[in-house]
Design a protein around this ligand. Structure first.
Ligand SMILES: Nc1ncnc2c1ncn2[C@@H]1O[C@H](COP(=O)(O)OP(=O)(O)O)[C@@H](O)[C@H]1O
Ligand SMILES: [Mg+2]
Length: 259
């Protein structure tokens, strides 16, 4: 079943067509890789599917609903979460607080509106809700084997754990679909290995994953299907084996990586 689909999605910045009539499709329950050279339009495609940017043309469908041009917070509430190419943590908050903030992104002010009619009732309710958010955040940290770091400041975590903490925060919004932009960037081989097992565990929870990544070992090992972008256009899509042996992909991207 298709969970997300774009139709001729296009984003031009002046004369630069960063994403050019891309038909991208994501199957529910799978790990989909999005690869291609730097500047190919991968992050722009993510931004235009998650409400961080507005397409110049084309459509985005999530569970068959047209979400083209919806704002990021609305898309988040519908069940799509993401991480960014560069770390965006609250470095002076604790690890567990960073995850709790993820949950607040989703429930946020609109659900609390109207509760202040009865201040005491609100206070009790919010305290209980806060406790639930805390417990849920705590269990996500256990999922990442990060429980022992929960009261550390985010900035004191090793680099690989900081990157995983961002994923934990995205998961705290309880998404159906998770977008990861270069999750392994800057990680050492051990950290990448751990990340791979985590991404598989996320998929096994039934959460659909789409990831941009340059680490071909990670991509070829964990992706069920791969889409290749080049100069803003879709160059190929297929299984890791098909992509690895596709002459056009080798020419545009894979061959050059090895050189
Ligand atoms: N906000 C922007 N304004 C102008 N040009 C942009 C903007 N964002 C991306 N681009 C351009 O779009 C192209 C694709 O960029 P990007 O999506 O970041 O590529 P990738 O993630 O594949 O490396 C690049 O040429 C980049 O310079
Ligand atoms: Mg990018």
């Amino acid at each position: 079943m298709t969970i997300l689909e774009t139709e001729a999605l296009t984003r031009a910045y002046g004369g630069v067509v960063a994403v050019n009539k891309v038909d991208f499709s994501v199957e529910s329950g799978l790990i989909t890789g999005l690869i291609g050279p730097n500047g190919a339009g991968k992050t722009t495609l993510f931004n235009n599917m998650t409400g961080l940017d507005i397409p110049s043309g084309g459509k985005v469908f999530f569970n068959n609903k047209d979400i083209t041009g919806f704002p990021a917070h609305k898309i988040c509430r519908m069940g799509i979460a993401r991480t960014f190419q560069n770390i965006r943590l609250f470095k002076d908050l604790s690890v567990v607080e960073n995850v709790m903030i993820g949950r607040h992104f989703k429930t946020g002010p609109s659900e609390t509106k109207g509760r202040f009619v009865n201040a005491l009732h609100s206070y009790v309710y919010l305290k209980r809700e806060e406790q639930e958010i805390y417990e849920k955040a705590d269990s996500w940290l256990d999922f990442f084997d990060m429980g022992q770091f929960k009261n550390e400041l985010a900035k004191n975590l090793p680099y690989g754990k900081q990157r995983e903490l961002e994923i934990a925060r995205a998961l705290a919004t309880e998404p159906e679909l998770l977008f990861l932009d270069e999750p392994a960037a800057g990680m050492n081989p051990q950290e990448t290995e751990h990340l791979m097992s985590i991404i598989r565990k996320i998929r096994d929870l039934g959460i659909t994953v789409v990831l941009i990544e340059h680490d071909m070992k990670l991509v070829m090992n964990i992706c069920d299907t791969i889409t290749v972008l080049n100069y803003g256009q879709k160059l190929a899509e297929g299984t890791p084996r098909e992509i690895k042996h596709n002459p056009r992909v080798i020419e545009a991207y894979l061959g050059k990586e090895e050189a």
